[in-house]
Design a protein around this ligand. Structure first.
Ligand SMILES: Nc1ncnc2c1ncn2[C@@H]1O[C@H](COP(=O)(O)OP(=O)(O)O)[C@@H](O)[C@H]1O
Ligand SMILES: [Mg+2]
Length: 242
């Protein structure tokens, strides 16, 4: 049987190099999920990172971005803004498994520094509408629909932060359009809406490491569904029950 060779996934695997000495007591190797990371296999279309706050999702996403040549502040690879934040050295410990095909487009979205990057994109006269004439959510939708050109590898850290539920649905449709145009996404999220994307692998970060989980098994799905179906009773329990 002939197996078609495809460029996707552009990034199929990330693992920890074994020839690097690490200090398990210091950031980032003191994060249990990072220490027990093993080998991450990415879906050709969308891979999600889920897990509790502080589980290490942003640390790992940032390290992948740095290893791919992005600046810690995010943006496209042409944007190399100076950062004041301390950056972990995790990217130096990663081994990337890439395909023969290079993505034609790419972006690393960090929620915290999106404002700085939007300022820069306006200043250098990027095509399309000004990113600052928009609300945060509109600016992110403008990225997805106007700036992302397809055939790209996109790393997004909690993109839902700015989006209303309806906009999250619109974001799903935009992501799907880009996936069909040969794009790959890696997305850290808490959004039960985004996580429903069907052509995806969900990787959960916890104390035992990073492992695959099904959508309906995620805390995002279960807690949200339970709460919406039973919220008067759940509120009662939260506020009044011992
Ligand atoms: N620059 C840093 N220096 C030291 N510790 C950090 C730094 N950035 C994050 N941490 C710590 O690493 C842990 C994981 O953080 P993070 O990757 O942001 O988690 P998540 O994105 O899953 O919420 C947290 O305990 C956080 O306080
Ligand atoms: Mg985070």
């Amino acid at each position: 049987m002939l197996v078609a060779l495809t460029a996707k996934p552009y990034l199929h695997q990330v693992s920890m190099r074994s020839d690097i000495e690490i200090d398990g007591d210091a950031y980032p190797y003191n994060i249990p999920s990072v220490r027990a990371m093993g080998c991450l296999d990415f879906h050709a279309d969308v891979t999600f990172f889920v897990g509790e706050n502080g589980a290490g999702k942003s640390t790992v996403l940032e390290a992948i971005a740095l290893a791919l040549g992005y600046s810690p502040e995010g943006g496209t690879r042409n944007i190399q803004l100076k950062t004041t934040d301390s950056v972990s050295r995790l990217h130096q410990s990663l081994r990337l498994g890439r395909s023969f095909g290079n993505p034609k487009d790419g972006y690393f979205l960090r929620a915290e520094s999106f404002f700085n990057v939007a300022t820069y994109m306006d200043e250098v006269g990027n095509r399309g509408p000004s990113m600052h004439a928009c609300s945060h959510g509109e600016a992110f939708m403008a990225l997805l629909t106007d700036k992302f050109r397809g055939k790209g590898l996109y790393l997004l850290d909690e993109p839902e932060a700015a989006l209303s539920p309806s906009r999250q649905l619109a974001a799903l449709a935009a992501i799907h359009g880009l996936v069909r145009d040969q794009s790959q996404f890696i997305i850290a999220t808490h959004s039960p809406i985004l996580l429903s994307y069907p052509n995806a692998r969900i990787l959960r970060f916890d104390a035992s490491g990073i492992s695959e989980i099904q959508y309906e098994e995620t805390e995002q799905f279960r807690v949200t569904r339970d709460f919406l179906n039973n919220y008067p009773r759940r509120l009662q329990q939260l506020f009044f029950d011992e």
